[in-house]
Design a protein around this ligand. Structure first.
Ligand SMILES: [Cu+2]
Length: 137
């Protein structure tokens, strides 16, 4: 009986994967996430999973970039969830595109030619990712 108990204990030891001479090597740690990428364009925003972030680190309604007419503003998606860049207010006569759904590392650019204030949000998260602005002089 003692022999059986010893064999059982040895079996349990192996089944638990404790590291011994026959144990498996521990799994390698996951690689660190890549650093945030910079947006394209003359000015731009980083998109993370709860915010648009401007070059000063300000988020959402506090975020704002200023550019001159005919420069390019860009966005880079540095998050994991789907987000959009959707304009909610543009100067009279201005023409803009909607980004549609963006995923990690996708970019979106707009060349803005009409001076004034442009306001945008994310259509997937309109309660939080809202009120970011671009001032075109
Ligand atoms: Cu979003």
């Amino acid at each position: 009986m003692k022999k059986l108990a010893t064999a059982f204990a040895a079996l349990m030891f192996m089944a638990c994967g404790e590291s011994g001479p026959t144990g498996n090597a521990p799994p390698a740690p996951p690689p660190p996430p890549p650093p945030p990428a910079a947006p394209p364009g003359d000015v731009g925003f980083s998109i993370i999973d709860n915010a648009f972030v401007d070059s000063q680190g300000r988020q959402n309604a506090q975020s704002s970039e200023t550019m001159t007419a005919n420069q390019m503003v860009g966005w880079i998606h540095n998050g994991a969830n789907l987000h959009t860049v959707t304009f909610t207010s543009v100067p009279s006569g201005a023409v803009t595109d909607d980004s549609g759904n963006l995923t990690n590392r996708q970019t979106f650019e707009q060349t803005l030619i009409t001076p004034g204030t442009y306001v945008f949000r994310c259509d997937v998260h309109p309660a939080t990712m809202i009120g970011a602005t671009i001032i075109v002089n």
